[in-house]
Ligand binder design. Sequence first.
Ligand SMILES: C[S@@+](CC[C@H](N)C(=O)[O-])C[C@H]1O[C@@H](n2cnc3c(N)ncnc32)[C@H](O)[C@@H]1O
Length: 284
Amino acid sequence: MTLREALVLTRQTLAAATSDEADIESELLLCYVLGISKTKLYSEPGRVLTPTEIKELQCSVNRRLLREPIDYILGNCDFYGHDFYVDHRVFIPRPETELLVEKAIDFAHYHNTSQNQFILADIGTGSGVIAISLALALPKARIYAIDIAASALHVAHLNCQRHHVTHQVTLLQGNLLEPLPEPTNVIIANLPYVKDHEMRTLTPEIIDFEPTVALAGGKDGLDIIRQLLIQVPGKIHPNGCLLLEIGYGQDKAINSLINSCFPQANIKLVPDLSGINRIAKILL
Ligand SMILES: C[S@@+](CC[C@H](N)C(=O)[O-])C[C@H]1O[C@@H](n2cnc3c(N)ncnc32)[C@H](O)[C@@H]1O
């Protein structure tokens, strides 16, 4: 089988069975299995695949046919312009979460005027993408990255090593802010916020493969964020900032929740590219 034939066959198989993105995914799978770039994929259409390569390609295509997310198959995802390792132990980072990172960096640039070191905490760090992107953008800052799942922290550790930020990022296991040893300037959290009734409507890629602990947020999706807000006093410096990612349609509920916990706080809701209020920025 030639490269051209393999590409056509993979594309047809994926398009017929599962994927809306069969074109992109077939390219990614072939490049991954053969260890070649996209340019090479199209510049050597007549190259003949070895039996081992054909077997590996079939194996990867079969995983995708079982609805395993492409990022887990590739063991890789892109976030904030950086490459990260991901597997089934962690939630796959979503592009809208980059907005959370952007807002935290903006806040750090505007408010880090004192001589004191700037400290940030990423709660529910998962693969570590938020904490590591912050470390790379703010090389003088210190970052705590907390997760309840020890298995997720193993992945975060691999990513800290990959990006050479182990000296800047401290990984801690525990419930929300409980392990945090000192107050911080910024708390960032992309915690689970899927409502109970929405869990049943998730695609097989999400519900069958991503960790439930990364998704389930209780009846209104805000159970874990509610717990976090209760823990905030004493864990953030005066004039600090809390940045929370929220789900579609949760903006009014989060607004009143924050108002009841912090009546003096200034709350701003930030929309993502689709116009959905995605970030709650709370100035305390
Ligand atoms: C939606 S994922 C976000 C992962 C990563 N920050 C990202 O944006 O890709 C939520 C993460 O919160 C963690 N988590 C859930 N409940 C938690 C809790 N009570 N305390 C700390 N982390 C928690 C999960 O293990 C999961 O890694």
